[in-house]
Design a protein around this ligand. Structure first.
Ligand SMILES: Cc1cc2nc3c(=O)[nH]c(=O)nc-3n(C[C@H](O)[C@H](O)[C@H](O)COP(=O)(O)OP(=O)(O)OC[C@H]3O[C@@H](n4cnc5c(N)ncnc54)[C@H](O)[C@@H]3O)c2cc1C
Length: 385
């Protein structure tokens, strides 16, 4: 195998993570443009359109903030007939319009002299060799020093999954309270962990999601029936127009992928099917923003730089303990989430959920949880790992 490289980096997938990496690579300043890493992004779609709603608690600005369409400072969690409303003046829960996100990413890449986004092409084979990686695409063979692989991979069997369907609907009458997001409404009896999520964009416009944490996904008709019943019962409406639908399956492994144990040093998995997604929450967008920026900064200061994991070992451990608890006690999930939102100060909890916790935040979270059960779960995890 030749050591000649066509690109310093090839990014497989120009989705959320791939375009974020591409954006930061495109923004790198260098005295001489030949000093910048030359990167190629391979993306099978031929054009971008709005396909997802990305929400998260915004702790810091990102270059994609113009894609934020809505901000909320209040959110509620409901369980067993109780509702708790949290408020934060400083950390809003924001909604990113994916169409606008893709536009910002593409514009930065088009304006750059070191990043190429090639649409309508995909990797068909990826073969590592001693000093690099050979990527076979639909159109050619490419040699790269390093590959960031954001392609989807099959979901492993037997692990907890976060699976959901969302309908963005419009109604003819005022129904929703646009001041407050419903993060979790454990409204229905279920054998697994099941809650509804309501993102109110206006009194007549909202995204309603039915979400399960379990090992088996449902039939499409089951999700549809759940949303329909919820709209009837919670909002007492019988008429609405579905403007947009989305669905997802997000892996929640207890042993999340560990970049330091990846099989090939020159192939770095990133994104939803790697360590970027936070397995205990399913949030991936804010973590991809931080990881991609740090990874590109590291590479640009040292081309042989190590990979940048999405979170610390402590946060990985908390995720593992929490997922282990959910697997063993699914019937207590609603109560546990409710306790967290009610008993942990709002900004401490959003920092914890965003992997930005201060030492005191960890203590607050631990104090809010049922001690005996969590200590047992923590010991179980230490013993197994
Ligand atoms: C419906 C939905 C809603 C979500 N909502 C949220 C949310 O509110 N907040 C949050 O934080 N996270 C959310 N997520 C999770 C996560 O943020 C998204 O899934 C996000 O798109 C993951 O980014 P990614 O780059 O890993 O994957 P993608 O954005 O899916 O990108 C992967 C790319 O790989 C490309 N590809 C596939 N095969 C190949 C190939 N052979 N060669 C090259 N490229 C290939 C695909 O075309 C795709 O563009 C949501 C997920 C879904 C599905």
């Amino acid at each position: 195998m030749s050591d000649a490289t066509d690109f310093d980096l090839v990014i497989l997938g120009g989705g959320m993570t791939g375009l974020t990496l591409g954006y930061h690579l495109a923004q790198q300043e260098a005295a001489d443009s030949t000093d910048k890493p030359q990167a190629l992004i391979l993306e099978p779609r031929s054009n971008y359109s709005r396909d997802k709603t990305w929400c998260y608690w915004q702790h810091e600005p990102t270059p994609f903030d113009e894609a934020i369409s809505h901000r909320w400072h209040r959110w509620r969690v409901s369980c067993n007939g109780y509702t708790h409303v949290s408020e934060s003046a400083t950390t809003p829960y924001v909604r990113v319009d994916s169409a606008k996100f893709y536009e910002i990413g593409q514009a930065a890449i088009t304006a750059s002299d070191n990043v190429t986004l090639r649409l309508d092409d995909s990797a068909t084979q990826v073969s590592p060799y001693k000093n690099g990686v050979s990527v076979q695409s639909k159109s050619e063979t490419i040699q790269a020093r390093r590959v960031f692989d954001t392609r989807p991979t099959p979901t492993p069997e037997g692990i907890l999954l976060q699976h959901f369907v969302g309908w963005e609907i419009e109604t003819d009458v005022d129904v929703f309270d646009p001041s407050t997001v419903t993060l979790m409404d454990f409204a229905a009896e279920a054998e697994d962990i099941h809650f509804f999520y309501v993102l109110p964009m206006s009194p007549r416009h909202a995204l309603i999601e039915t979400t399960h944490f379990s090992t088996q996904v449902l039939d499409e008709a089951d999700y549809a029936a759940e949303i329909t019943d919820y709209l009837h019962q919670r909002f007492e409406i019988n008429r609405w127009q579905i403007r947009h639908q989305e669905q997802g399956v997000i892996p929640m492994p207890r042993q999340a992928p560990d970049l330091s144990r990846r099989p090939h040093s020159h192939i770095v998995p990133m994104g939803l099917h790697s360590d970027t997604v936070k397995p205990s929450t399913g949030y991936c967008y804010p973590h991809a923003q931080v990881q991609a920026r740090r990874q590109v900064d590291a590479l640009c200061s040292n081309p042989e730089a190590m990979t940048v994991p999405a979170r610390s070992r402590l946060n990985r451990w908390f995720d593992a303990v929490f997922i282990g608890f959910l697997e063993r006690h699914p019937q207590r999930a609603g109560e546990i989430f409710f306790r967290l939102f009610k008993n942990v100060p709002t900004d401490a909890l959003t920092r914890f959920l965003g992997d930005n916790a201060k030492p005191a935040d960890y203590v607050r979270v631990m104090l809010a949880l049922p001690k005996g059960t969590f200590i047992l779960q923590a010991m179980r995890h230490v013993w197994r790992s």
